[in-house]
Design a protein around this ligand. Structure first.
Ligand SMILES: *Cc1c(COP(=O)(O)O)cnc(C)c1O
Length: 434
């Protein structure tokens, strides 16, 4: 069998036996992917296998690692906090790392996001956002429950976040449990008016909130739209008194070129969700931030107006220390300059693909680059994704295409040589499939 034929069949041949490990991995079909790659060490933009092979982490370990793996100031803060306080109940108690992080967050997020609710994952902070929105309307005595979403969005994998996300093969089994939402079309270039008109019409029906990924839909295929559209959508929501929820779980912490994507549009959301890069990608942590009006709607001597939400590890002190250290890095180091350098390096390397007939829709949003490989069967479940993944893995590149969409979202410390290796790999993948 030729090397090419081996790649083409590798992903569709079921393994002979059952997995040796008891672990059930996320988004993994174990019958098609019998073996996991063990990783024992991370440093900067690299991951290392037990044999010492160096893998370039071109997707920041699923979009979380910003400055690099084991970034020294963050790791130091984690070690120091572990020596002080590991965990404490957060109802009725507080602690210095949470207070310090919350104060810094209020300072760096859009003016008007005055309150910080802690949780521990992107999905959870979106759930919290939805609950805050519904709680707001109920507590001001004008109950509203309908949520407006954007076509093709992803907000998480819990029942609530799947409900506000795109429907499809990922959640077909749970469809009967998902609640109804109203949807505006994705603002395709040149057809932005359709999105705005649809949003205008839906907002006139007095929904509770509009939730959106600002500037770029991540899991939905790295689809990008402009800050002007984001600003226009915010204006429409504001005019109708509809709460605007920005899901910055992926876009936050510099990915789109600015600290937050909303910064580029001058948009102040009523509720904003941040996670992934919040700790620089070192530990799980999330926050939902909200306006004073939303907090105040829950602020009462009436106990029924309490915001009834918690998870066991809410505001874990070690994770908060990592988050606070991340904000110190942003304050003390030239992170925006690194981001700008990465943006320029990505732009330069995308050039060679612009006139390449095998690729379409070569695009970039800040530090994120994406391009679509032209193939006949392009859905996520088409074999192309796993085939490409296996091909890149053989070249020691961690890339995980979304169907035929290949994207590069590396830690900010990635070098030009690393990027050359990544883009040479992408070109070679097109050769392999030709
Ligand atoms: C990843 C992601 C989530 C979910 O975050 P988890 O930490 O995986 O639960 C939510 N929204 C967006 C936009 C994301 O990219």
């Amino acid at each position: 069998m030729s090397a090419k034929a081996a790649y083409l069949t590798a992903s569709v041949t079921s393994s002979a036996g059952r997995p040796a490990s008891p672990i059930w991995h996320p988004f993994t079909q174990h019958a098609l992917q019998p073996e996991m790659t063990p990783i024992v060490r991370g440093e900067g933009a690299y991951l290392y296998t037990p044999e010492g092979a160096r893998i370039i982490d071109a997707i920041s370990s699923w979009w979380v690692v910003t400055h690099g793996h084991r970034y020294a100031p963050i790791i130091e803060a984690i070690k120091a906090q572990a020596d002080q306080l590991d965990q404490v109940i957060f109802a009725g108690y507080t602690h210095p790392p949470a207070e310090a992080l919350a104060a810094d967050l209020v300072a760096v997020t859009p003016e008007g996001l005055d309150h910080v609710f802690f949780s521990d994952s992107g999905s959870t902070c979106v759930e919290v956002a939805l609950k805050m929105a519904l709680g707001y309307w109920r507590n001001i005595g004008a109950p509203r429950t309908r949520i407006v979403v954007m076509e093709g969005s992803y907000h998480g994998d819990t029942i609530g976040t799947m409900s506000v996300g795109a429907r499809g093969v990922f959640n077909a089994a749970y469809a009967p449990l998902l609640f109804d939402v109203a949807q505006v079309p994705f603002p395709e270039q040149g057809r932005e008016e359709e999105t705005l008109k649809a949003l205008e019409a839906l907002c006139a029906e007095a929904p509770a909130a509009f939730i959106v990924e600002p500037l770029i839909l991540g899991s939905g295929g790295m689809k990008m739209y402009g800050p002007d559209v984001l600003a226009a959508m915010k204006r429409i929501c504001e005019a109708h008194g509809v709460l605007f929820i920005a899901d910055e779980v992926m876009t936050g912490w510099g990915r789109t070129g600015t600290l937050f994507a909303c910064d580029q549009a001058g948009v102040v959301p009523d509720i904003a969700c941040y996670s992934k890069g919040l700790t620089g990608g070192s530990l799980p942590l999330a926050v939902t931030m909200c306006s004073r009006a939303i907090f105040d709607a829950h602020y009462s001597e009436d106990r029924t107006r309490t915001f009834f939400h918690s998870s066991s590890y809410t505001a874990n002190p070690i994770a908060c220390a990592a988050g606070h250290a991340n904000l110190q890095v942003w304050r003390n180091e030239p992170v925006p300059a690194r981001i700008e350098a990465l943006r320029a390096m990505q732009a330069a390397r995308l050039e060679r693909f612009r006139d390449d007939a095998r690729f379409a829709d070569v695009r970039q949003c800040g530090t994120i680059a994406a391009l679509d490989l032209k193939v006949n069967d392009a859905g996520y479940l088409a074999d192309i994704g796993p085939r490409l993944r296996a091909f890149f893995a053989d070249r020691h590149l961690l890339l995980r295409p979304l169907g035929n969409t290949i994207y590069v979202m590396p830690p900010y410390c990635v070098t030009g040589d690393d990027l050359d290796a990544i883009y040479d790999g992408i070109a070679a993948a097109a050769e392999m499939l030709a």
